[in-house]
Write a protein of this length. Structure first.
Lengths: 156, 666
């Protein structure tokens, strides 16, 4: 614990890890407002296929994005065991539908490696880096690029 | 009395003729009686007794028929005993018919009743075909084999038919046995009548013969003494007196027309002449003594010659009659007889020759009768022996039936025991069914509890999930709080770990519960199948119970039927033993008949009818007998006549005791 605290003192970032399509991703904990259990969403007409719908979050309309569908995986069939990650992107709050939330990681900057520059640029658009710890590969997701177009287009 | 007027020759012939007539009458009577008795005895032994034996054999064959039918019903048709039973049935019917037909032929007057018996038996035999077909159709009884209900029905039908047949056969057999007893009683009565008749005839023959011989002898004695010898002796006395010169003597019998009369008249002439001579002598006293003596001598010689001649004749006739009275028919009057009596001698010899021939034929007949009665006795002995063998065979049959009865009883007991065991098994199966039902219910309860546990585990899992989320949220808040929230972050992490462990444990329990539920489902299925199997077993056990009950009832009926057959066989055995006794008595009767015939033969043999061998003995006897010619024949029949009677009794007594002994042995 003391070790961890020392490291964080150097350049520690709290990351929250979650599962989507059997892959682990993580985002900065500061961009996450809260974690909720899946509740059925109200679908929105003419929305992109990765936008599941909207839910009422304490009086505010929260759009829900299917993270798997957004990354190009088959759309998720949501159950009560799925979680919604309420993230703060700029001024907006967006709900991300994920398969499950694993843990809160403390990651130092040097543990984050840049994503491989091979192939798809779209992927690199969403992934800012890869954390490799304890035989795990965790992609660090860039929320801004993930939501920007879609939410903009939806808002427009 | 005109006998005095008959010639001496005629007087001599009268006893001979009477004797001949008596003997001829006795012979004719005896021959006729013996022929009648022989015919009647032949009828009894060759026909009536054989008919009775045939009926007994027929009943034996009739017993064989249902017995074979039983065998055919019970045994495997392919097993040796089954084959014997199936083959024995038609043979028994054929035997019974054959014996009935023989019985009808041998006793034509009973043919109607025997034919009725045969018809009744045919009806019974016709019914017995169905059980034999059933016996061929259904599989045989064997241990451990299941009997199908339809087979059991057939078997029961066969058993019912057999019971009916058995009852009818028993009735028929008892009727036949009764009829047979009557027949045998008739035969015994006829044999007894025959024996009485025979004994009566013998007694009559002996009595009449003895009486006739006595009468004829007495008559001959009287005739020769009073009518021949006495007048001659008297005349001789008168002649002697006359010869002595008693000229006053009275000469009797001058009015007789026989030779004695002639002689008396002649003597009277002599007497008159003598009187005349005396008168002349007295008148011519002076005649010379020589002439007078010569005259006297001549007269003396003539008289003595006549007297001598007659004495010889009387002696010869007396001797001949004495030999005749001594039952010697071989004797002939010698030829040295005066010329005047030659005709008398020839007639006597002719008559005695005739008598000899007649006696010889009587002796031949008696011999033939004796050999006939001997054959009858032998046949009776054979019959007796065969009847004893039959009785022994019947006894063996009864013993075999006893064994079969015991076997059937044992199988009935076995069937009863099997039934009890089946009832117990039935009860156990019913209890097992209850247990299985309870097990199924318990399994259901376990499954239900598992479901409930599953739900609770789901709830726990849900709570763990929620807790995890809450802990994550807490962690997020702590992270946002920066250094101030660090401790809180640690607590949130611990809470999250706890929630994770709860979720893992819940998952594990869920897996275990799911396995348990699967196993319980399988157990429920298995227990359900066990219950169904038990129900099927219960149905089969019930069926087995019914079948075994049917078998037990059938075996009991069989045992009863066999017991009744056994009783019938025992009755037959007793009847056959009684038959044997009666046949023994019949044999004894024929033996005594034979002995009586032998006595008749010995009676006839007392008459000497030929045989040169005892000629010298006869001559010696003649010499001995001649002086007392009229004493012995009178005495001899007297002691000899009663002699056979005690002998006869002894013979009868011994025969009876013998038959009793043999009965005891039997």
């Amino acid at each position: 614990m003391s070790n961890v605290s020392e490291k964080t003192a150097v350049a520690a970032r709290e990351m929250i890890a979650f599962l989507v399509a059997s892959q682990e991703f993580c985002v900065d904990v500061m961009s996450v407002r809260e974690i909720r259990v899946w509740t059925p969403a109200t679908p929105i007409a003419h929305a992109p296929n990765y936008v599941v719908g909207v839910v009422n979050l304490r009086g505010a309309v929260l759009p829900i994005i299917d993270f798997a569908a957004r990354l190009g995986f088959p759309p998720t069939q949501p159950t009560t065991r799925h979680a919604i990650l309420v993230a703060q992107i700029g001024e907006r709050s967006v709900g991300l539908l994920v398969d499950g939330v694993s843990e809160i990681l403390t990651v130092t900057q040097d543990q984050i490696q840049p994503p491989p520059r091979v192939g798809a640029e779209i992927a690199s658009k969403f992934v800012s880096g890869v954390v490799a710890i304890q035989n795990r590969m965790i992609c660090v997701v860039t929320l801004d690029s993930l939501v920007a177009q879609s939410v903009d287009s939806m808002a427009a | 009395m005109n006998i005095d007027n008959l010639k001496l020759r005629t007087k001599g012939l009268i006893p001979l003729v009477i004797m001949t007539l008596v003997v001829a009458g006795m012979v004719a009577f005896g021959a006729a009686k013996l022929a009648a008795i022989s015919d009647a005895a032949g009828e009894i032994i060759e026909h009536r007794d054989v008919a009775a034996v045939d009926l007994v054999r027929a009943t034996r064959a009739m017993m064989e028929a249902p017995y074979s039918a039983f065998g055919a019903l019970l045994y495997d048709p392919n097993a040796p005993e089954g084959k014997i039973a199936v083959a024995g049935f038609p043979k028994a019917i054929a035997d019974a018919n054959m014996f009935f037909d023989e019985g009808s032929k041998l006793a034509p007057d009973k043919a109607g009743e025997i034919s009725k018996f045969k018809d009744r038996f045919q009806a019974i035999a016709g019914k017995a075909k169905r059980p034999i077909e059933i016996g061929k159709a259904i599989p045989p009884l064997s241990l451990g084999r299941k009997i199908k209900p339809e087979e059991l029905d057939q078997f029961a039908e066969g058993a019912v038919l057999m019971a009916e047949i058995d009852m009818q056969t028993r009735t028929l057999i008892s009727d036949i046995v009764e009829f047979n007893s009557k027949l045998i009683a008739e035969n015994a009565q006829a044999a007894a009548d025959l024996r009485a008749q025979s004994s009566q005839a013998t007694t009559l023959l002996v009595a009449v013969g003895t009486l006739a011989t006595l009468l004829a002898g007495a008559f001959a004695l009287w005739l020769s003494s009073a009518k021949i010898a006495a007048p001659l002796a008297q005349l001789a006395g008168r002649m002697v007196a006359l010869a002595k010169g008693e000229l006053t003597v009275h000469i009797e019998g001058q009015n007789r027309r026989d030779e004695v009369g002639d002689m008396a008249r002649a003597v009277l002439v002599f007497k008159d002449a003598a009187v005349e001579n005396a008168r002349l002598g007295r008148e011519a006293v002076a005649r010379s003594a020589e002439a007078e003596g010569e005259h006297g001598r001549n007269e003396e010689a003539q008289r003595s010659a006549i007297e001598q001649e007659r004495a010889v004749v009387v002696l010869s006739i007396g001797a001949a009659l004495s030999r005749l009275a001594a039952k010697d028919l071989t004797f002939r009057m010698p030829a040295d007889i005066p010329e005047a009596y030659r005709k008398l001698q020839a007639d006597f010899n002719e008559a005695i020759a005739q008598l000899q021939d007649a006696m010889r034929s009587v002796a031949g007949s008696a011999d033939a009768i004796q050999s006939g009665t001997h054959e009858i006795a032998t046949a009776s002995d054979d019959l007796s022996r065969r009847t004893e063998q039959q009785a022994a065979g019947l006894e063996e049959t009864a013993a075999a039936l006893d064994e079969i009865t015991a076997t059937v009883k044992r199988s009935a007991e076995g069937a009863n025991h099997a039934r009890e065991v089946v009832v117990a098994a039935d009860g156990d199966v019913k209890k097992s069914a209850v247990v299985v039902r309870q097990a199924v219910e318990a399994m259901g309860a376990i499954a239900k509890s598992s479901g409930q546990i599953s739900q609770i585990i789901g709830l726990i899992d849900e709570i763990a999930f929620q807790t995890n989320l809450l802990a994550l949220n807490a962690g997020v808040e702590a992270a946002r709080a920066g250094d101030a929230g660090r401790g809180f972050a640690v607590v949130a992490s611990e809470v999250r770990a706890l929630a994770q462990r709860s979720a893992d444990a819940a998952k594990e329990i869920k897996g275990l519960i799911s396995t348990s539920t699967t196993q319980v489902d399988q157990g429920v299925k298995l227990v359900g199948e066990t219950g169904k199997s038990l129900e099927r077993i219960m149905a089969q056990v019930t069926e087995i119970n019914d079948v075994v009950a049917g078998i037990a009832a059938g075996a009991k009926e069989q045992a009863t039927a066999l017991q009744e057959i056994n009783t019938a066989i025992n009755q037959m055995d007793q009847s056959t033993q009684q038959n044997a006794t009666m046949v023994e008595q019949s044999a004894a009767a024929s033996h005594s008949l034979s002995q009586e015939t032998a006595q008749l033969s010995s009676l006839v043999e007392q008459f000497k009818v030929g045989g040169a061998s005892d000629g010298s003995a006869m001559r010696r006897e003649l010499q001995k007998v001649a002086p007392h010619a009229f004493e012995k024949p009178v005495r001899r029949p007297a002691p000899s006549a009663p002699a056979p009677a005690p002998k006869l009794k002894v013979a009868n007594g011994s025969a009876v005791s013998k038959s009793k002994e043999s009965w005891n042995e039997f």
